[in-house]
Design a binder for this molecule. Structure first.
Ligand code: COA
Length: 155
C-alpha cells in the first residue's frame, strides 16, 4: 500500500531525484522547482495568497512520486488547487497517480472551508485529462498560462 509523506529535511534529496519521461518533461515542473516554490507560496492578483504543501508518494519506503497541493481560503471561486502530480518514469501505470489524486481529494474534502478544487494541465496531456475527468473535474473552457483549467465542486 503506497503512503504519502510531507517533504522534509530528511527526504527532499530523494524526491528531487524522481523524473518523468523525456516526452513528459514539458507537462510538469521539476520537483526541485516545486519544492523551492513551496517555501514561499504565491500572491496572485485578484485571488490572494496561495500557500503550498509538497509531498512524496512512497511504496515500501521508496519514493515513487511527488504531489503538491495549494490553499487559498480567501478566494471565493475555488480554495484548493492541485498544483503538481508526477510519478517517476520507472513507476508509472501502477496506480500511484490515482492513489495521489484520491489522497489529495480526501484531504480537501475533509476541510469544510474548501468548496471547490481546481487543476490545470496542458491541453495535449491526454493521460492527465482522463485521470482528472474520472474524478469529476470539468473543464471551464479557460486557458490559463497555456493550460486548460478544470474544476471540481466538493459541496
Ligand atoms: C499523469 C501521471 C501522474 C499518472 O500517474 P500513474 O501512476 O502513471 O497513473 P496510474 O497508474 O494511477 O493510472 C491512472 C490512469 O492513467 C492512465 N495511464 C497511466 N499510465 C499509462 C500508460 N503507460 N499508458 C497509457 N495510459 C496510462 C490510465 O488511463 C490510468 O487509468 P486506468 O487505470 O483507469 O486505465 C503520470 O503519468 C505522470 O507523472 N505523467 C507525467 C507528469 C504529468 O503529466 N503530470 C500531470 C501534470 S498536470
Amino acid at each position: 500500500m503506497p503512503e504519502i509523506r510531507p517533504v522534509s529535511k530528511e527526504n527532499w534529496r530523494e524526491l528531487i531525484a524522481l523524473k518523468v519521461r523525456e516526452d513528459q518533461k514539458h507537462f510538469v515542473a521539476t520537483n526541485l522547482y516545486s519544492i523551492a516554490e513551496a517555501q514561499f507560496g504565491e500572491d496572485i492578483p485578484d485571488e490572494g495568497y496561495w500557500a503550498m504543501e509538497p509531498y512524496g508518494i512512497y511504496e515500501e519506503d521508496k519514493p515513487v512520486g511527488f504531489l503538491m497541493m495549494s490553499y487559498n481560503y480567501s478566494f471565493s471561486r475555488f480554495q484548493g488547487f492541485i498544483l503538481r502530480l508526477m510519478v517517476d518514469e520507472k513507476r508509472q501505470g501502477k496506480g500511484y497517480g490515482k492513489f495521489g489524486m484520491e489522497w489529495m481529494l480526501e484531504k480537501y474534502r475533509s476541510d469544510p472551508r474548501i468548496t471547490a478544487v481546481a487543476i490545470s494541465y496542458e491541453p495535449e496531456n491526454e493521460t492527465a485529462r482522463k485521470l482528472y475527468a474520472s474524478y469529476g473535474f470539468v473543464e471551464t473552457g479557460e486557458i490559463v498560462d497555456g493550460e486548460a483549467l478544470a474544476l471540481l465542486n466538493l459541496r
